[in-house]
Design a protein around this ligand. Structure first.
Ligand SMILES: Nc1ncnc2c1ncn2[C@@H]1O[C@H](COP(=O)(O)OP(=O)(O)OP(=O)(O)O)[C@@H](O)[C@H]1O
Ligand SMILES: [Mg+2]
Length: 332
């Protein structure tokens, strides 16, 4: 197993009290596979990714408990035990795990040509010479589908379209040959055609490089096209986890069912994409006695208001946190 996250809890101290942005989340990612994370805004997808990267904003945010085991080259390390700014964690960020952030502009330096930014990373992390780095930059830019890499490498970020910038970000993330690539909504800001191109770049990353991919999106359509397995998050918790085909064939959690119904289908009438499920996501600071989804659930029962259902296995590789399915699991 490349990455094994157990009971991860990440909190933020705010004026309104402590917010559990990620609440006892567990999942794992095998080499060469893609795990998709899906859920509405504010459910904790980015904070999960930042926790793995050791980039939770301090001092207000911290990993409160849990473990993040990364196994590379036969060695397993618990990333929560390493200081976020330690030399070891910096080396892991440069060489083992890379992230494509939600905001490509904010993560590129506006005053340096994009090729220069990638070659700096190559010189630093892979020890390439100036000439080696230059040809590697051209190769990487070509790999991510940039048509004229020789010209593009000399451009500044603001001279590129959103789609091109996103490709540059992917090239930069790939430059260190990471074992795990985390992509946080990498296609959201792009138009549909470019989205499809960027997705196919991510797909080819596996085939050619055997990197594992953690792909974050609020769009189930994107998940269907890229992921092997899916973790559905709601209010800091994973409420359902399943292989992608099984999730689409039979979603179990009422929240997942709601998300599916909100995906516009080509055949049927277009549904409202903005209000997939009645009500809205409560604030992360809210204290819940029962199930986090009870307020919005069409199938809510008395016991749902009493306690949060545990994540139970209903079939091999499938788990769900819902009392509607708790008995199925007990019967087996
Ligand atoms: N720096 C911070 N300080 C305080 N609270 C934060 C901070 N960053 C995130 N949070 C809170 O943590 C929760 C999870 O946020 P997160 O950014 O992970 O959501 P998300 O699922 O990535 O949403 P989106 O789809 O909008 O990107 C939210 O309630 C958010 O308000
Ligand atoms: Mg986010």
């Amino acid at each position: 197993m490349l990455l094994d996250v157990r009971d991860l809890t990440t909190t933020f101290r705010t004026r309104r009290g402590t917010v559990r942005a990620v609440d006892r989340v567990s999942f794992s990612i095998e080499r060469g596979t893609t795990l998709g994370f899906v859920g509405e805004s504010g459910c904790g997808k980015s904070v999960t990714a930042l926790s793995i990267m050791g980039l939770v904003p301090t001092p207000q945010g911290q990993i409160e408990s849990g473990s993040i085991a990364l196994t590379t080259k036969g060695t397993t390390r618990d990333l929560t035990a390493l200081g976020p700014r330690s030399a070891e964690m910096r080396s892991i960020r440069g060489n083992e795990i890379a992230m494509v952030f939600q905001e490509p502009l904010s993560s590129l330096n506006p005053v340096l040509p994009v090729g220069h930014q990638i070659s700096e990373a190559l010189k630093l992390h892979r020890g390439l010479s100036k000439t080696e780095a230059r040809s590697e930059v051209v190769r990487l830019l070509r790999d991510v589908g940039i048509p004229s890499p020789e010209t593009t490498r000399r451009r500044f970020p603001h001279q590129l379209s959103g789609g091109m910038r996103q490709r540059v970000m992917i090239a930069m993330a790939l430059s260190c040959h990471p074992s795990l690539l985390i992509a946080d909504e990498p296609t959201t800001a792009l138009d549909v055609t470019i989205q499809a191109q960027v997705l196919s770049i991510f797909r080819s990353i596996h085939e050619e490089r055997e990197a594992a991919l953690m792909f974050i999106t609020h769009d189930l359509g994107v998940i269907a096209r890229i992921a092997d397995a899916v973790a559905v998050m709601y209010l800091g918790k994973v409420v359902e986890y399943a292989p992608v085909a099984e999730l689409f064939a039979q979603p179990l959690h009422p929240y997942t069912v709601g998300l599916m119904d909100s995906v516009p289908s080509i055949a049927g009438p277009r549904k409202d994409r903005l209000l997939p499920i009645k009500g809205s996501v409560p604030e992360a600071g809210t204290v819940h006695r029962g199930c986090v989804f009870a307020e919005r659930c069409a199938h809510v029962m008395d016991r749902c208001r009493e306690s949060m259902p545990a994540l139970v296995e209903t079939a091999p590789g499938r788990t769900v946190a819902c009392f509607l399915h708790a008995d199925e699991a007990e019967d087996e």
